[in-house]
Design a protein around this ligand. Structure first.
Ligand code: SF4
Length: 351
């Protein structure tokens, strides 16, 4: 049975000004607004009953005017490298996953933007679900709040929208979310600590460039040859490499940050000499860095991961490219939490 939520806003769906306006209409003493917003933005507490300096009568009013629930976490798997994968049950019974990657200098949360995805990338477990729905603004922010609920001592430094879904296909909600988390008087994640990853949805890349929002952009490239990219990423049939490149030049003109290209290395597919030549040509004249990632096995997909020797050989052959090249350790592989693996468990266990 579908749960019907009351028609009042979730506290996490509002930016600071919108929240202020509603709070202002229900509090009798204006300093209470700052107290409530301090709980939310700095102590990361949204359960009004836990706001110990707020009087009971105001707590009742807050509960009458805002939703403040967090979704249920059905499971947290912890990888040998300390990566933590959360399986989250949303209010309507749908599931998403998010991945927390603790590090020495930074703690990164990889969040989901959609339940499923429509883009059909052939290396991706989420693609098997198809698109079920977009996540709401509050469902994007709830993922951050859940980290603080389950790991209150963590200092979350970086957010990447690289989990389930194509963030730019949920453009309006993602933009509202970015504005909320980047507000320097609220959660204060600066642009260099937030990355939006896309498979290459050109109109939305241009819109994001024009939006004035400062974020890093990561593009899932995986081949710089059109017909090959189309095989693993059908989005390339709509937005080909040459058009993608133009949009990235446009984005780069408006952004202080280099573009990041993600390149999943697949044996006998995108690691040959012609692939290297095409990659050098595609990336050679744009300020960028390239993250190389070994293909992570996904149940039901037949691609093969390259050996360490093949990876080294590939990197050596790319070494004259002006871009910085990083071999990214795929974290959380043993819990299916690495790149392209999200939704694997969810798909098997919950559907
Ligand atoms: S890689 Fe990203 S865009 Fe492609 S199907 Fe998976 S979630 Fe969607």
């Amino acid at each position: 049975m579908e749960l019907v939520l009351p028609k009042i806003p979730h506290i996490l769906s509002l930016n600071k000004t919108e929240m202020f306006e509603i709070l202002n209409s229900i509090v009798s003493k204006s300093y209470r607004i700052k107290q409530i917003q301090d709980w939310i933005y700095f102590k990361k507490v949204i359960d009004f009953k836990q706001m110990t300096n707020i009087p009971q009568d105001l707590i009742v009013k807050l509960e009458q005017n805002f939703l403040s629930y967090l979704p249920e976490v059905s499971d947290i798997q912890i990888s040998s490298d300390k990566t933590k994968k959360f399986l989250i049950k949303l209010f309507d019974g749908e599931y998403i996953e998010m991945v927390l990657m603790p590090g020495k200098k930074k703690n990164t949360l990889c969040i989901s933007s959609q339940v499923g995805c429509s883009r059909k990338c052939q290396f991706c477990a989420t693609a098997k679900l198809g698109l079920i729905r977009n996540l709401k603004i509050e469902e994007l922010l709830m993922q951050i709040m859940l980290v603080y609920k389950y790991f209150p001592d963590i200092n979350l430094t970086n957010i990447v929208l690289m989990g389930m879904g194509e963030p730019l296909d949920n453009y309006e909600n993602v933009i509202s979310f970015l504005k909320i988390i980047q507000d320097p008087t609220a959660y204060a994640f600066s642009g260099r600590r937030v990355t939006v990853s896309t498979c290459g949805v050109i109109p939305q890349i241009m819109k994001l460039a024009d939006s004035g929002i400062k974020v890093k952009l990561a593009v899932s490239l995986n081949s710089a040859i059109d017909f090959k990219r189309s095989i693993i990423m059908p989005v390339n049939d709509i937005y080909n490499l040459s058009e993608l490149k133009k949009s990235l030049f446009y984005f780069r003109k408006k952004s202080a940050f280099r573009i990041t290209f993600e390149y999943i290395m697949i044996e006998n597919f995108n690691m040959g000499n012609e692939d290297i030549k095409a990659l050098v040509k595609f990336c050679g004249d744009i300020s960028c860095k390239i993250n190389l990632i070994k293909w992570n096995a996904v149940k039901g997909l037949d691609w093969k991961s390259p050996s360490d020797e093949q990876v080294l050989d590939f990197i050596n052959k790319l070494s004259h490219i002006p871009a910085a090249i990083t071999l990214r350790n795929s974290r959380g592989q043993d819990i299916n939490g690495a790149c392209g693996q999200l939704a694997g468990n969810c798909y098997d266990n919950c559907k």
